[in-house]
Design a protein around this ligand. Structure first.
Ligand SMILES: [Zn+2]
Length: 92
């Protein structure tokens, strides 16, 4: 199962996946998941490429907000496995 959501950063539609094992929509796309509910502007949902850009181009903000060690490790692991490079946009 999947649904189409709009990325709060690039404002493109992307596909968010349902995680059946955990019974919720993929937290990967949820900014508050990474920041432990700390706010960054009004951002709530990010597509994968914006998550990657966040880390690569707005590193200072990333380091300030994502300071939970286990979340950082999860993020690095996703990044290392290329999870943020998978295309999830509806329209290229
Ligand atoms: Zn985006």
């Amino acid at each position: 199962m999947q649904r189409v959501k709009k990325c709060d950063k690039c404002e493109k539609d992307f596909i968010q996946k349902w995680v059946n094992r955990e019974k919720h929509w993929s937290q990967l796309n949820q900014v508050s998941y990474w920041t432990d509910d700390k706010k960054w502007s009004n951002y709530q949902l990010f597509c994968r490429s914006c998550l990657k850009d966040w880390f690569e181009y707005e590193r200072e903000i990333f380091d300030n907000l994502v300071n939970n060690e286990s979340k950082r490790r999860i993020f690095y692991s996703y990044r290392g496995h290329g999870a943020f490079d998978k295309p999830d946009h509806l329209n290229k």
